[in-house]
Write a protein that binds this ligand. Structure first.
Ligand code: PLP
Length: 279
């Protein structure tokens, strides 16, 4: 496949970044992930808007929408990709003097690649997650490439044979290491509000939209870890997992461990919206 780096299209082995790049030295950068179905980006504008917000939040110079849009199109075309995930990675760039504070105007490093993704139309088996204290920083709304907390938490989850950690701050569930959580109790869907404690997932936004279309009651309110044993349903969302039912948190079984009816409805609605996108 071909990747994009600072204006050039290269085979991955030829794509090289300076050891003085501030992304390498300080994780001074952001990223974005866009799913591609049937050769077309899904919910692309929402992803590009989030990319703009991430760059603005850390004051890295941005490019116009048209630049990112044509990068999306070219990545798909040059790699003849039907279904995949596009990765944009933008750092503040390379400087000759090592200094936490940027020394002056720097040219950002822009890297873009696409990797294949299997399209699925089934209902995934309910999975296990583990409860963890959210040890990350307080600007989780920025899609930062500084992911140490997320990686440590994911490694812990893997050791417990879980697909994701379920993160909480002072008992309020925030999100996963790379996903957003939704809980169902007495017919109402709960998910953490959009603030600095979560990444505003595009799949989260889309599921909220689908729930509204289905007239399912939704509250953007964090649920508490003391309520977990009483939940009727639980699922998580992300661009790569879409809607993933959760049947177990540590030793707590949620709703007999099976995919609940509202989760099932949303999975079907999600598939339906993908089908509409392919048409
Ligand atoms: N929360 C975090 C911390 C993430 O890293 C991600 C995606 O990787 C998500 C949520 C889900 O976001 P999206 O639905 O846009 O993929």
């Amino acid at each position: 496949g071909l990747v994009y780096l600072n204006g050039e299209w290269l085979v991955p082995e030829q794509a090289k970044v300076s050891v003085f790049d501030r992304g390498f030295l300080f994780a001074d950068g952001i990223y974005e992930v866009i799913p591609v179905y049937h050769g077309r980006p899904f919910l692309a504008q929402y992803h590009l808007d989030r990319l703009h917000r991430s760059l603005a939040a850390i004051a890295i110079p941005d490019q116009p929408d048209a630049f990112w849009q044509s990068l999306v199109v070219e990545l798909i075309d040059r790699n003849e990709m039907q279904n995949g995930l596009i990765y944009f990675q933008v750092t503040r760039g390379a400087e000759s003097k090592r200094s936490h504070l940027p020394q002056g105007p720097v040219t950002p490093t822009i890297f873009a690649s696409i990797s294949p993704l299997e399209l699925h139309w089934d209902t995934p088996e309910p999975a296990k997650v583990v409860l963890c204290e959210d040890i990350r920083w307080l600007r989780c709304d920025i899609k930062s490439i500084s992911l140490l907390g997320n990686i440590m938490l994911k490694q812990y989850a893997q050791q417990q044979a879980a697909i994701e950690p379920m993160l909480h701050r002072d008992g309020s569930v925030t999100e996963g290491a790379s996903s957003n959580y939704f809980a169902v109790k007495d017919g109402v869907i709960f998910t953490a509000p959009r603030d600095n404690l979560i990444l505003p997932g595009i799949t989260r936004m889309w599921v909220l939209e689908l729930a509204q279309q289905l007239k399912l009651p939704v509250r953007e309110e964090a649920f508490h870890i003391s309520e977990l044993a009483q939940l009727d349903e639980l699922f998580l969302t992300s661009s790569s997992r879409e809607v993933q039912p959760i049947g177990q948190i540590d030793d707590i079984i949620i709703g007999n461990g099976r995919c609940g009816p509202l989760t099932q409805k949303l999975i079907e609605a999600f598939h339906e919206s993908k089908r509409a996108h392919l048409a």
